[in-house]
Design a protein around this ligand. Structure first.
Ligand SMILES: [Zn+2]
Length: 578
């Protein structure tokens, strides 16, 4: 343990301390490149102090430590008044929450950070602050500003550590399900087409549509990926992206692929944006953007062009637009768009750090256009927004990619917040599951989130990064020993953080994830809940779905305030199907 008041062990040998200083200075000397635009997040005052400290005799170890440690504390934080005033203001805000917002939620926006466990939220917060040249820890994400927070138990009916399909069924359809299945109850077994029929469960997107609201799906993955697909599809296997990925048995039993279901199950989804072009076109059709890439070609065995089918379902007097690049998106006048289908990549969209600013919109840009289109409906809207590649970054062990995805989703949350009001819009931010991602090592205040712990291992005598994975592809042994990270560029966009167990793909984590909520009825997300509780709250708040008995008094009084007790009593157990 470090000695008191020190974020790291200043009594450690001079060599260890010097090692840390050298690493930070080395990190500073990297020059920005397209693949590595943020060479250092080291906080400027600390950097100065580090330089000063290095001038001092290495024999004065304690003095160096004190010098370094003091320099890490922002001046205002040394005054107790700063902390007392801040806490008192927070208390005032908390007391104001006693006046519950029991309005009807005209709009519901759900932000789903795929794989965004609590450790990812904290690390993304620090990153966001450091991108703005702050130490980072004190930064507030947009989701941090939401007044209500709950924990969500993420397990699938057949899995302690869940996947994104079973969880999507829980937080969109209100029913827990088996891993790998979407939009079906736990009576459906993965890959078993013949266990699908009769076990379909519908989602809050459908309930909103049935209530006359506009609905939208925005994701950075394929639009037929696990998370969005539970909003509209019923599939025994999340991997049935098109008929090309389905076993002959499932096809012969009449099961339909997920892309097909996107276009046919709910024909009037107003906004669909993400990746996944190739699943919409006949087999071997050349892609519009990557004409030389065979993997980008159409996949459909049935020869259908689902874009044409999508267009054919739209009324002639309505304005429907299919687009495939950012330029087209930004050129749209959302007031003149009734239906939008934007497919910006053949598969998943690019990572935010790798994004092409001509062809690929950011998540916040997609959200901005989506809300402008959906907002036109006087009955309101439901919008599902997925930051889908946080998960992919983690699976690849590329924490920097994952965290920049999370920061971009937070920007999208901010964007939505500027376009909506808590008076009539319920916004929920959560994750489907966590990852075995962690950061630690007694790092000092303001340490680059991608930086090193301030000491070397007391066992193998090598430095280590603060960020580590429990398992994954970053496991590296060189000459029979753990790799020395000081020999590699551990701040590179694609650096794979070290893991304890070698796996080609890092795994999900099984602990609870956070649920952040603001707007009407947000207070109903308040404790430790099963994940499938979430859409029941969203539907209740919006007076959609089955549980609407409280809504009559709400609409007749003009202000839907039946009081908290009747509201909670009304939340009786619901059936599987709405
Ligand atoms: Zn995953």
């Amino acid at each position: 343990m470090p000695i008191s008041n020190c974020p790291f062990d200043v009594t450690t040998s001079t060599g260890h301390l010097k090692l840390r200083l050298e690493h930070q200075l080395t990190a500073d000397h990297w020059q920005p490149t397209p693949s590595h635009p943020h060479p250092s997040y080291l906080w400027a005052p600390e950097r100065r102090q580090v330089l000063e400290c290095t001038m001092i005799s290495p024999l004065l170890v304690l003095a160096i430590g004190t010098c370094l440690t003091n320099s890490l504390v922002p001046e205002k934080e040394k005054d107790p008044k700063y902390w007392r005033d801040q806490a008192q203001q927070t208390l005032k805000n908390a007391l104001r929450l006693q006046n519950l917002n029991t309005n009807v939620a005209k709009n519901v926006i759900m932000f789903l950070g795929d794989g965004m466990g609590v450790s990812t939220v904290t690390a993304a917060r620090i990153l966001k602050g450091q991108l703005h040249h702050s130490p980072g820890e004190e930064t507030r994400l947009e989701m941090d500003k939401f007044p209500y927070v709950a924990l969500s138990k993420t397990y699938n009916t057949n899995a302690q550590v869940p996947d994104s399909a079973g969880t999507a069924t829980a937080y969109l359809c209100g029913v827990k399900a088996n891993e790998g299945t979407v939009g079906v109850s736990a009576a459906t077994q993965r890959t078993q087409c013949n266990t699908t029929q009769g076990n379909e469960v519908t989602s809050i997107l459908r309930w909103a549509k049935d209530a006359g609201k506009s609905v939208g799906i925005v994701t950075t993955t394929r639009v037929n990926h696990a998370t969005p697909s539970a909003a509209y599809a019923h599939s025994a296997d999340r991997d049935w992206y098109s008929d090309n990925e389905m076993p002959p048995e499932a096809l012969s039993q009449g099961c339909k692929d997920i892309a097909y279901q996107l276009m046919h199950n709910i024909k009037d989804i107003e906004v669909i944006m993400g990746g996944g072009r190739k699943y919409m076109f006949p087999k071997n059709r050349t892609d519009v953007e990557y004409d030389m890439d065979e993997k980008a070609r159409g996949t459909r065995l049935d020869g259908l062009n689902l874009i044409d089918i999508w267009k054919s379902f739209k009324p002639r007097h309505k304005h429907s637009h299919y687009i495939w690049n950012r330029t087209e998106l930004l050129a749209l006048d959302p007031h003149m768009v009734d239906y939008l289908l934007g497919l910006f990549e053949p598969g998943d969209m690019q990572y935010e750090l790798n994004r092409n600013n001509v062809t690929d919109p950011s998540l916040s840009e997609m959200v901005k256009t989506a809300i402008k289109i959906l907002n036109k409906n006087p009955k309101g809207f439901f919008l599902l927004v997925e930051g889908g590649r946080i998960d992919h970054g983690h699976h690849e062990g590329k924490a920097k990619q994952a965290l920049h995805e999370a920061v971009e989703m937070d920007r999208a949350i901010e964007q939505a917040g500027t376009m909506t009001s808590v008076e009539d819009t319920l916004t929920v931010v959560t994750a489907d599951h966590s990852h075995v991602f962690t950061f630690g090592g007694y790092t000092p205040r303001g340490n680059s989130i991608f930086g090193l712990a301030p000491m070397v291992s007391d066992t193998d005598k090598k430095p280590f990064t603060a960020i580590l994975y429990g398992n994954g592809p970053g496991y590296k042994v060189v000459g029979g020993e753990r790799e020395n990270v000081s020999m590699v560029d551990y701040a590179h966009n694609n650096y794979q953080a070290q893991s304890a167990v070698p796996l080609r793909h890092e795994t999900h984590g099984g602990e609870d994830v956070a649920v952040f909520a603001k707007g009407p009825m947000a207070h109903l997300l308040h404790g430790v809940h099963e994940q499938n509780y979430i859409p029941h709250v969203m539907a209740y708040a919006a007076c959609i779905g089955a549980n609407r008995d409280h809504c009559a008094s709400a609409s007749s009084s003009g202000s839907p305030s039946p009081g908290p007790l009747p509201l909670l009593l009304a939340l009786l157990p619901l059936g599987i199907l709405f």
